[in-house]
Write a protein that binds this ligand. Structure first.
Ligand code: ATP
Ligand code: MG
Length: 363
C-alpha cells in the first residue's frame, strides 16, 4: 500500500510586539484546530525573529523582548508544546542556507512585484531604493521556512497569499531544475472574510502592530473596555433613531469574528442572533453604546482565560523557555534533513559524493 502523503503544518509570527486579536482570528484559531485534530504528522510554529529584523535592524531590544512575549501568547491561547513544536527562526542556520540558494531562483522584478511587500514598504516609509535588501527578500526566506519542514499547509491571514504564491513558484522552479525534493504548500485561510483581515479599532483596513490600532490578547479588562468604547463605527449614525450601516462598521466586523452560539443568551438576551441585531441597527433605534457594550462582554469572555494563563506563564517563565528549547531542537533536526536533500539534488554535497565515489571517508 502506498504511504499517504504526510500532513505537516508550519506558520509563524514576527516578534515585533505582543499578539493581537487579528492574529488570533487570522491564524492562531486555525493552528489550534489543526493541533487538536490529531490528523497532522507534525505541527510547527515559528517565531520569525530574523524576518522581524529585516525592518528592525536597529531595534534588537524590541525583537528580543517580543520573542518571549509572543511565546507566552502562544501558550496562553492553547498552543501545546507537547503537540506543536515552537521554534526560533534565527536558531536554525539551515533556514538561512536554503535562502541563499533560493535567491538564485527569483528575479529582482519578481521580488518587487509582491503586493504585500509593496504595501508594507509604504507603511514602513521605505521610499525609493532605501529598502533593506533583506526586507525585499523576506518572502524568499519565508519560502525557506515553509519548505525546510516540507509543510503541506500554512494557516495565515489573507495578506500572506502572495508569500505562499512566491513559495510555490520557488518549489516548482527548484523541482524542475534539480529534481523532486520540495513540497508545494497550501494556504489555509480563515472561513470568513472578517477573520481573513481583521480591521483595526480605528477602522483602518488591517489591525497591525505597526499601525497601533490593535487589541492585544494580553490587554487587561479596563484597557479592553476603553478600546472598545472608543472604536470606529458608522460615522453617519449620529442619533440612536438614525438608520446605521453594517458594512465597514468595525464593531460589527468584530462581532462577526467573535460571537459564539451562546453569546446572545449570556450577554444580550433581547436578541436571538447577530442577524437580528444587525437588522435593528440598519432600521435605526439601536445605539452604538449598546452594541459596543455587547462586543466588550463577548471579547472579555474570550480574553479572560487567556489572561489567566498568561499570568501563570509570566510566573513560570522557565516552562516557556523549555518549550522553545525542545521545539527548536526538533526543528533543527528536520531542517537539516531537508537541507541535506537539497544539497544532494544541487550536487553540492561534495564530501558525501566523494566518499561514495572513492569508497572512503573524507570529511
Ligand atoms: P507587523 O506589522 O510587524 O508585520 P502584523 O501584525 O502584520 O505585524 P505578522 O507577524 O506579520 O503580524 O503576521 C502574523 C500572522 O497574523 C500572519 O498569518 C498574518 O496574516 C496574520 N495577521 C496579522 N494581522 C492580521 C489581521 N489584522 N487580520 C487577520 N490576520 C492577521
Ligand atoms: Mg505583517
Amino acid at each position: 500500500m502506498q504511504k499517504e502523503k504526510k500532513k505537516i503544518m508550519l506558520t509563524g509570527d514576527r516578534p515585533t510586539g505582543r499578539l493581537h486579536i487579528g492574529h488570533y482570528v487570522g491564524s492562531l484559531r486555525q493552528r489550534l484546530e489543526i493541533q487538536e485534530s490529531g490528523e497532522y504528522d507534525k505541527v510547527f510554529v515559528m517565531l520569525a525573529d530574523a524576518q522581524a529584523l529585516t525592518d528592525n535592524a536597529e531595534n534588537p531590544e524590541k525583537v528580543k523582548e517580543s520573542v518571549l512575549q509572543v511565546a507566552i501568547d502562544y501558550l496562553s491561547v492553547g498552543i501545546d508544546p507537547k503537540k506543536t513544536h515552537i521554534l526560533i527562526q534565527s536558531e536554525i542556520p539551515q533556514l538561512h542556507e536554503l535562502t541563499v540558494y533560493y535567491m538564485n531562483l527569483v528575479t529582482v522584478s519578481r521580488a518587487q512585484r509582491n503586493p504585500t511587500v509593496k504595501a508594507e514598504l509604504k507603511m514602513r516609509g521605505f521610499g525609493g531604493d532605501s529598502v533593506p535588501v533583506g526586507f525585499l527578500a523576506y518572502p524568499i526566506s519565508q519560502a525557506s521556512d515553509i519548505t525546510a519542514f516540507k509543510a503541506t499547509i500554512v494557516p495565515v491571514g489573507e495578506d500572506q497569499e502572495p508569500m505562499l504564491e512566491q513559495c510555490r513558484e520557488i518549489v516548482r522552479k527548484f523541482n524542475s531544475v534539480y529534481g523532486e525534493v520540495l513540497v508545494e504548500p497550501e494556504i489555509y485561510l480563515p472561513p470568513n472574510t472578517a477573520c481573513q483581515r481583521l480591521p483595526g479599532t480605528d477602522g483602518q483596513a488591517k489591525m497591525s502592530k505597526s499601525l497601533g490600532n490593535m487589541i492585544y490578547l494580553s490587554d487587561p479588562e479596563e484597557e479592553l473596555r476603553k478600546k472598545v468604547m472608543s472604536m470606529f463605527t458608522d460615522p453617519g449614525h449620529l442619533r440612536i433613531e438614525d438608520p446605521g450601516k453594517i458594512e465597514g462598521n468595525t464593531v460589527f466586523t468584530y462581532l462577526d469574528a467573535f460571537v459564539k452560539e451562546d453569546s446572545f443568551e449570556k450577554h444580550l438576551p433581547e436578541y436571538k442572533n447577530l442577524d437580528e441585531l444587525k437588522a435593528h441597527y440598519r432600521r435605526g433605534g439601536l445605539g452604538d453604546v449598546k452594541v459596543k457594550k455587547f462586543l466588550f462582554a463577548v471579547l472579555n469572555e474570550f480574553l479572560a482565560p487567556i489572561r489567566e494563563k498568561r499570568a501563570y506563564y509570566e510566573k513560570n517563565i522557565e516552562e516557556v523557555i523549555e518549550a522553545l528549547e525542545e521545539g527548536t531542537a526538533e526543528a533543527r533536526r528536520v531542517a537539516a534533513q531537508t537541507l541535506a536533500d537539497v544539497k544532494r539534488a544541487m550536487q553540492i554535497n561534495y564530501f558525501e559524493a566523494w566518499n561514495e565515489e572513492y569508497g572512503r571517508s573524507f570529511e
